[in-house]
Write a protein that binds this ligand. Structure first.
Ligand SMILES: Cc1ncc(COP(=O)(O)O)c(C=O)c1O
Length: 464
């Protein structure tokens, strides 16, 4: 069972890293907590090689890649044209801040921005920095002190974004002295509707809370700079709001004179089947944050777009860092956008999304453990029944069974398995992955979560 669960090479590399890596001892605790309840510890995987729709682990086993570098590879692994563009830029410029590629990229992003209304672009390195810079720009532009963010949102792991995100109350422990400018609002989760309400009523309540409760009881409207929202809450569990919710937020922002900031770090550049997820609701934000997909999974790259009056001349809104907008990052982004347009990748993504909708349509009826399947484009989440703690083990067991069948998906600390296939994944590979997932769910549904008689084993801190 041990070899089955974790191969020899993986085990020994994890054991080697355990004393040196941040959090190296944490896996022990997580594994012990699982084992204490009779479940298998979460399985870890180390990528040895990545190409197209697949990755191979250190034991040489091939997996269909639904993990996608945490939703970062829109065109699959190691796209040769993006690699080529990156290598050419590195060879020509090495690293200099003052390279020419920034300008055509900013111009292209302006043309592609929702409604072509966000012409200014600020280059950042990570999504975290980009969200923090966007919030700062909003505070400086409005000369106000507060922003509104939503329950179970995730915006990053920086000091500012930790305080803004709300996916786990544990995240603020130790940071109490730093908080202050964030107001949290409820989000209409489709699976956590208060008893007696329909989803539509719950959504109306959330909008009412935003527009009436907050200004009356929490903070004066004229001290609120912006509402920050992920158009689909990804890390929090792939929650997809109804388009009316985003429309409602836009309308409230207009009435209250608040800015709307869309965090499209994960949803942007095609993940939901449109270039930007806000397009599903036909909404134009005032500021939009981008990252992940934009550089094709090859280079760190992020930034934010904004209205001309917000970013054209906002001297206090300083941001950026040495490696913001590297030549390689800009080359990767230009090439990624070129391929997405040239190969009509968004149409491919929508086709795959339709296949997924058909393949998963009956899962919540067919399998007792599945409570909901939801998705927008290729942001797909499957939720599992049970108390929060138990649901996590059910989800992890499904992920384990998927790994046994050669499919790698994401399951973090929520009772969900999340899928982020490449936008151009071969349809037959995609369907094969979904069918293996259905088998995995069926196995856990029939046998119960994978429990085990587990041998003592080495540990590491590679993501699980
Ligand atoms: C919506 C969203 N915003 C911001 C971030 C942070 O981006 P990064 O990890 O590049 O700092 C993430 C990362 O998952 C994200 O999903």
């Amino acid at each position: 069972m041990a070899e089955d669960h974790l191969g020899q090479r993986t085990q020994s590399l994890l054991a080697r890293g355990q004393p040196f890596l941040k959090g190296g001892s944490r896996y022990e605790a997580v594994a012990a907590a699982s084992q204490g309840q009779g479940f298998l510890p979460p399985r870890q995987l180390i990528v040895d090689r990545a190409e197209g729709d697949f990755i191979w682990d250190l034991e040489g086993q091939r997996f269909i890649d639904f993990q996608n570098g945490w939703a970062t590879n829109p065109l699959g692994n190691c796209h040769p044209e993006i690699l080529g563009a990156v290598q050419a830029a590195q060879k020509r410029y090495g690293f200099h801040w003052e390279h020419p590629l920034r300008i055509p990229l900013a111009e292209r992003l302006a043309n592609l921005s929702p409604g072509q209304a966000l012409p200014r672009f600020s280059f950042e390195v990570s999504g975290t920095e980009a969200v923090e810079a966007a919030v700062h720009a909003a505070l400086c532009h409005t000369d106000r002190r507060y922003i509104i963010a939503f329950a179970s949102s995730f915006h990053g792991e920086g000091l500012g974004t930790k305080l803004i995100s709300a996916y786990d109350a544990q995240n603020y422990v130790g940071l109490e002295a730093w908080s202050g400018g964030v107001i949290r609002a409820p989000f209409p989760h489709s699976e956590a509707i208060p008893p007696g309400l329909s989803l539509a009523q719950y959504q109306d309540y959330c909008l009412w809370y935003l527009e009436h409760h907050i200004p009356q009881y929490v903070m004066a409207a004229d001290n609120i700079a912006a509402v920050l929202i992920e158009p689909a809450l990804a890390e929090g569990g792939n929650w997809v709001p109804e388009p009316d919710f985003l429309k409602g937020i836009r309308a409230i922002c207009d009435r209250q004179d608040w800015l709307m900031i869309a965090d499209e770090v994960l949803t942007g550049v095609g993940r939901t089947g449109t270039l930007w997820a806000v397009e599903h609701a036909d909404v134009i934000p005032d500021i939009m944050v981008v990252g992940k997909h934009l550089s094709g999974g090859i280079e760190p790259f992020a930034g934010f777009s904004a209205r001309d009056d917000i970013l054209g001349d906002n001297p206090r809104a300083t941001s950026g860092s040495t490696f913001a907008g590297t030549p390689a990052g800009c080359a990767a982004a230009l090439k990624t956008l070129e391929i997405i347009e040239r190969d009509d990748v968004l149409t491919q993504a929508r086709h795959l999304s339709g296949l997924a909708a058909a393949a998963c349509a009956d899962w919540s009826e067919r399998f007792e453990i599945v409570s909901e399947v939801r998705g927008l484009g290729l942001l797909i989440g499957v939720s599992f029944q049970g108390s929060r703690a138990n649901g996590v083990h059910v989800a992890r067991s499904v992920r384990d069974e998927m790994l046994k069948r050669g499919v790698w998906a994401l399951c973090d600390f929520q009772p969900q398995v999340r899928l982020y296939p490449a936008l151009n994944m071969a349809p037959e590979v995609f369907l094969q992955g979904l069918s293996a997932m259905a088998e995995a769910i069926e196995t856990v549904d029939r046998k119960g979560p994978t429990v085990g008689d587990y041998p003592a084993r080495p540990s590491g801190n590679v993501g699980f």
